[in-house]
Design a binder for this molecule. Sequence first.
Ligand code: SF4
Length: 323
Amino acid sequence: MTQPIVAVRGLTKHFEIGRGQVVHAVDDVSLDIAPREIVGLVGESGSGKSTLGKTVLGLHDKTSGEVVFNGESLPAKYTPGDFQRYAQSMQMIFQDPYSSLNPRMTVGEIVGEGLRLHSDLSRTDIRDNVADWLRRVGLNPDHMSRYPHEFSGGQRQRIGIARALVLEPEFVVCDEPISALDVSVQAQVVNLLDELKESLGLTLLFIAHDLSMVRYVSDRMAVMYLGSLVELGPANRVFFAPKHPYTELLIGSNPEPDPVSERSRDSTAIRGEIPSPVNVPAGCRFANRCPKVMDVCRDLTPELISVVDECHADRLVACHLYS
Ligand code: SF4
């Protein structure tokens, strides 16, 4: 692999919630992301995907572990100066395009805010830049004096994308950027991100529920379960030939049928509830729901190990079936 732009090393994020209870949101996750790569991150609600993305960007303090960006180890806890410094290189596109936009600011003010805070550009140059970005995301620059409520959900997400990319960051975390949108506009937003990735040389961590969409947009797919990474590999290989029993069930229960896949999507739904991240089970965290569970699974935590698959693709899988 080429030198990663982002290297996540043993990253852990726990939240103390009182009475000695701790939420194990992210546990010991390691992941390299290469320049211009899109890594799709999937898993059920409560698997820790969003917390991982926010901790990588410094929006949550790190409990332990490290994030290395362009060879520089990032602080465990950001100061206001750190946010100022890293905002130009790393940004986030949020899930809900409406609540993430200030309703009292015009679209021009929203998209231009990053330039006002982080650049020396004149008002005229900021305005020109904003107009250019609105055009690039498929919006009419003449509408920059309008407010967020005057736009549709898909248009608001385009505004959120323009706001995140106006500083031309190298790395962007997209936190479920399409899940609040109608199916008809999801593909448009994904195609837009794909185009911008090519034209800007962006590197993306793309968090989503819809595995078909993640497969379409991503180079590699990472699967999280209860705070841990359980599988990682080329997106097509993970999607069409999953190794981990959880990945297999997750793809089987994906609500969007994939016309290319021959898999029956409703016959293998995941059963049972994801355990509480406050009471993380010993051994394999998926054991209580796994149809292939063995005695060893309840005692021994499986390591994420390298597995070469039938197509000679490098995969990482955390399951005793491969140890
Ligand atoms: Fe299932 Fe055991 Fe593999 Fe966990 S380690 S996924 S319980 S087979």
